[in-house]
Structures are given as C-alpha cells and as structure tokens.
Design a protein around this ligand. Sequence first.
Ligand SMILES: Nc1ncnc2c1ncn2[C@@H]1O[C@H](COP(=O)(O)OP(=O)(O)OP(=O)(O)O)[C@@H](O)[C@H]1O
Ligand code: SF4
Ligand SMILES: [Mg+2]
Length: 334
Amino acid sequence: MTSAKNISQRNVLLSIQNLTISLDDRPGTSPVVNGLTFDVHEGECVGIVGESGSGKSLSSLALLNMLPKGVHISEGQILAQGKNLTQANEKDLRALRGALVSMVFQDPGAALNPSRTVGKLLSDVLEAHSDLSREAIRERSIEVLKEVGFPDPESRLKSFPFQLSGGLRQRVAIAMALINRPRILVADEPTTSLDVSVQKGILQLIRQRTVEDGIGCVFVSHDLGVIAEVADRVVIMYSGQVVEEGPVASVLTNPKHPYTKGLIASAPNMTSTLANPLRPIPGSLPSVGRTPIGCAFQDRCPEKSTGTCTPLKPTWSVDPSDSSHRWLCHSEAK
Ligand SMILES: Nc1ncnc2c1ncn2[C@@H]1O[C@H](COP(=O)(O)OP(=O)(O)OP(=O)(O)O)[C@@H](O)[C@H]1O
Ligand code: SF4
Ligand SMILES: [Mg+2]
C-alpha cells in the first residue's frame, strides 16, 4: 500500500461531506446513513466496511445519485472533481455516470445482457459518451480488455457472456466501468460471488487500475480481509454511521472502536485458528430508523459504560501519532 502521507498530498477526486440518507416515509426518525464524510485522493482506494444493513450500498449508490425509490439524500454534498452531484440535474448526471464516476455492482458479471457480445457490451458504453469511429471503438475495447487482464481480447469480442467463465464475465463488467476512463470508481462487493482465487485476481486488478490510472476508488465490502488487500484507507460503518476510519494498516493492527475490534475478532481469514476460534459479535443492528439515544453500538458493546454511553452521543478521538486515524467512542483508547 502507498504511504498515507504521500496520498494525502495528492488531489482530492471525491469529497463526501455529511452525506445523510433518509427514508421518504419515516420523517423524523434516524437516517439510514448519517453524516458520512470522507475524501478520496488520486490513486487511492478507500474501503467501506460494515455488516449487512449498515448502509454501505445506499452510500455507494448515492455517490452516483442513483438511490432507489423510497430513500433520498436529506443533507450533505458529494463533490466529484469539484462538481456537486447532489445538485446535478438528470441530464448532467447521465453525462457524468460512466465518464467521471463509474460503478461496478455486486456480481456484475451475472448482470451482463446475455444477448450482447463482449464487443457490443463495450461499444454500447463507449458510444453513450463519445462519437468515435468503429475502428477507434474496436481499438479502445481491445485496449481496455487488456488492461483488465482479459486473455486474447481480439478473438473474444464476438463471445457472448454465457461462453465466458465467471471471472472473465466479471472482468468484462469492470472493463465496461473503466472504458470511458472514469476518474472515480465505486465498487460495491464486486467479488462476493467469486471463488477465492478468482476474487484475488479481481482485487489485484482493481488495485492495479487505481494506482496506475490514478483513479479514486471506493470499495465496499463486509470482509475486512478483502479490504486489507485492496484499500489504502478504511471507513468502518455501523448502523449508518462511520465509527472508525484511518489507514488500513493502522485500523487493522490497532483498532480503537469496540465494533472494529469485534469485526476483526470475527473475521474468518484474519484472526481465527483452532486455538483462537471466531467470536461473532453478539446481537444485531438496531432496526431502521430506531438508533438508540447515545451510542448506536451500546446494546452490543462489551466496553459500554451505562452512565456515559446510553445518554450521551459519543465524540471523536484522534490517534496522537496519526491524526488521520479517528474513532467515535466515549471509551479511552486501550
Ligand atoms: N429502497 C429502500 N427502501 C427502504 N429501506 C431501504 C431501501 N434500501 C435499503 N434500505 C434499508 O437501509 C439500510 C441500509 O441498506 P444497505 O443496502 O445500504 O445496507 P448494506 O450495508 O449494503 O447491506 P448488505 O451488506 O446486506 O448489502 C438497511 O436497513 C435496508 O433495509
Ligand atoms: S461509546 Fe460506549 S457503547 Fe459506544 S462503542 Fe464506545 S464504549 Fe461502546
Ligand atoms: Mg449492500
């Protein structure tokens, strides 16, 4: 991973400021994503981690202003290369999606149109943003397939998705996201459905494109082991809120928030051995819109102090040796 100091000196490509997402039919209840704030620099991958229902997908869809019906951005702004996506109209958004900000969805290979060849899938995306000649489209399609490690791209342009393995379909989906050379790539659990060896290749590919093309990448996963492979920084979400963030190495080796400590202890590929078995975090997330008063994690926290954590909202603490590592908790760092 690149050193945190070097990255923070680069241009900010994506700035998410106080992003708050609420349910249309529950005014007055706690938002489903609450005050998400972080920057992504050129050539940096920021991982978002949290258990199911913590708000990862809604946060990533909001980055392309593509929230589903029933939810809306109620506060905050998203600046992509200075453009405020929360204020953009539908026409501007169509022009920006795929060109400035691109998205890879969970199991994207399965979502490819089965009646289009690889060449057609790629040219559809390219033509939506440019009027290149047929020859230029073919050249760029072959080039991007090479960039995503697709073997023998010239002869595979005529292949249909069903003629490709799962890993190759995934590479086509990533090629579609990259073909217009976006500056920002949002990937929501793009490797969850793949077996471990294919997953590793896709993670390396996303890492390589981020570094070599200077892309700003937001990578969503519920798996800290995956984030450790692909990201420079990590944002830990619990019940729609960021509870800890910092450089991956620092957060994983020196976690401060009790929820992060619990995630690490329960991550199958990080800490478990026969002598040290998994310890899943007992309990579950608060129901949507029903975050308790005080700390959202209080009902599951082994470090809870009733007098403080129940009535009072936790405040941010900062690692004195690295101000980019911070966490939201009353408890003193241990
Ligand atoms: N369209 C919707 N309408 C109402 N509530 C929604 C909608 N989409 C998501 N939610 C709720 O918002 C919360 C956050 O959902 P989100 O999909 O962002 O979670 P996630 O962290 O991506 O979970 P997973 O790991 O399961 O994908 C969940 O409680 C979910 O039920
Ligand atoms: S504020 Fe209290 S309940 Fe919340 S995570 Fe920290 S110690 Fe636990
Ligand atoms: Mg999700």
